[in-house]
Design a protein around this ligand. Structure first.
Ligand code: PLP
Length: 414
């Protein structure tokens, strides 16, 4: 249990959920790409909010309303700093990455796409970065083009360049693949798209907790993040958008908060970010999310990435050792790109991924099995699904050895 930069033992103490038995064994939680666990500071913030501060925000003339408004807006400022946005008004709170992408597709897409315009996605997208574009493409007559990938799970950048043209209006691409772990070269993707005046939406669901984010340096137009994959509460996400784009977009939903003046004849809309935050937002969770951002910032993304890479390397080496013993087909790695977050998918010959998941669960090991909401990617590999282990900074080499030992026993049994 070691890292030069992080005290893993003391970190683990901050995550109460990790200290339990599952099926009689110590829990080994390797499903971090699906959702991360929450530190005490986040859990306690929720308790404090509902015990002391709970009030609706932005419109109350009383102390509790002022207090919760201040705490809520403080998170917006923290997110701004976390991703180096130019202004806090460019940060919109949503339900998650899924809603952030739907917002851009429905608002920007509906206003700016016309028949024959092209939207470029990649073969490795999560369904939440495919279906919203299909819906708007059907409505507007826009056409979806798909960037190829190489067998190791890296994007085919030559193919990408061949797809770009004056017809390209939107490029929407995942920063780090949830199924493969591949970190995509988004700076290049964005720069190339901008040569054709296309706007770029980046799905940052898996990047937020591992990779340093600077939206200005990367020139990102839209970025979607998810709180629950960043050690924060569920049901909460962020949409970052450049001011000039957000201002040009119509509202996504109508209701309270997002208006300036309402009459039956005409309604005028609030300024950003409120134009896109109709109704009472997820106040308590937004406030607790601030604690998650602080937690990750204090640990430091570089230290986190370095430690998680050592876990990934340990696991991958272990899988290759199993291949050496049992044969290459017995256990195959899916996603072997050079640049990856700490996610590794694999399949085993003659074993269904779901059965492997159940056998591991019996030993207290939580992994994800299935298509990981990336069915087009699974089709590319000619498989139905994988087993996926995804690591976080509270995981240990010892836990990975428990997983490797369990896989070895399965292979021995044949
Ligand atoms: C790459 C990727 N995109 C989008 C999503 C959806 O995110 P959310 O749960 O915040 O809607 C996920 C969640 O698994 C993901 O991994």
């Amino acid at each position: 249990m070691s890292s030069k930069l992080l005290n893993i033992e003391s970190i683990r103490k901050q995550f109460p959920i990790l200290h339990q038995k599952v099926n009689g064994k110590d829990l080994v939680y390797f499903d971090n790409a699906a959702t991360t666990q929450k530190p005490l500071s986040v859990i306690e913030s929720l308790n404090t909010y509902y015990s002391l501060h709970n009030a609706n925000i932005h419109r109350g003339a009383h102390t509790l309303a002022d207090r919760s408004t201040g705490l809520f807006e403080a998170t917006r400022k923290s997110v701004q700093a976390f991703i180096n946005a130019a202004e806090s008004e460019e940060i919109i709170f949503t339900k998650g990455v899924t809603e952030s992408i739907n917002l851009v597709a429905q608002s920007y897409g509906r206003k700016f796409l016309t028949a024959g315009d092209e939207i470029i996605l990649s073969q490795m997208e999560h369904h939440s970065n495919i279906v919203p574009w299909q819906i708007i493409a059907e409505e507007t007559g826009a056409i979806i083009k798909v960037m190829n990938i190489h067998p190791n799970g890296e994007l085919d950048m030559v193919h990408y360049q061949s797809l770009l043209s004056v017809r390209t209006k939107i490029v929407s691409c995942v920063w780090a693949s949830n199924a493969l772990g591949t970190i995509n070269p988004i700076k290049d993707i964005i720069a190339l798209a901008h040569q054709f005046n296309a706007v770029v939406m980046i799905d940052g669901a898996q990047a937020g907790s591992h990779i340093e984010i600077d939206v200005q340096d990367l020139a990102i137009d839209f970025l979607a993040l998810s709180s629950h994959k960043l050690y924060g509460p569920t049901g909460l996400g962020v949409l970052y958008g450049k001011r000039k784009l957000l201002e040009a977009m119509p509202p996504y939903q109508g209701g309270g908060e997002m208006i300036k003046e309402v009459s039956f004849e005409k309604t005028t809309y609030n300024s950003i970010p409120f134009k896109f935050e109709a109704g009472t937002p997820n106040i308590g969770d937004v406030i607790a999310f601030n604690e998650a951002i602080i937690y990750v910032t204090v640990l430091g993304k570089d230290a986190i990435a370095q430690y998680e890479q050592s876990l990934l390397t340990h696991f991958v080496n272990g899988l290759y050792a199993l291949q050496n013993t049992f044969g290459e087909k017995a256990i195959s790695l899916i996603g072997t790109a050079k640049n990856k977050v700490a996610v590794q998918s694999f399949v085993m010959e003659n074993k269904h991924h779901f059965d492997i998941g159940l056998m591991l669960d019996a030993k207290g090991i939580a992994v994800r099995t299935g298509h990981h909401c990336t069915q087009p990617l699974m089709h590319y590999y000619g498989i139905e699904g994988t087993v996926r282990a995804s690591f976080a900074f509270y995981n240990t080499v010892e836990e990975i050895d428990i997983l490797l030992e369990s896989l070895k026993k399965m292979l021995e049994r044949g």
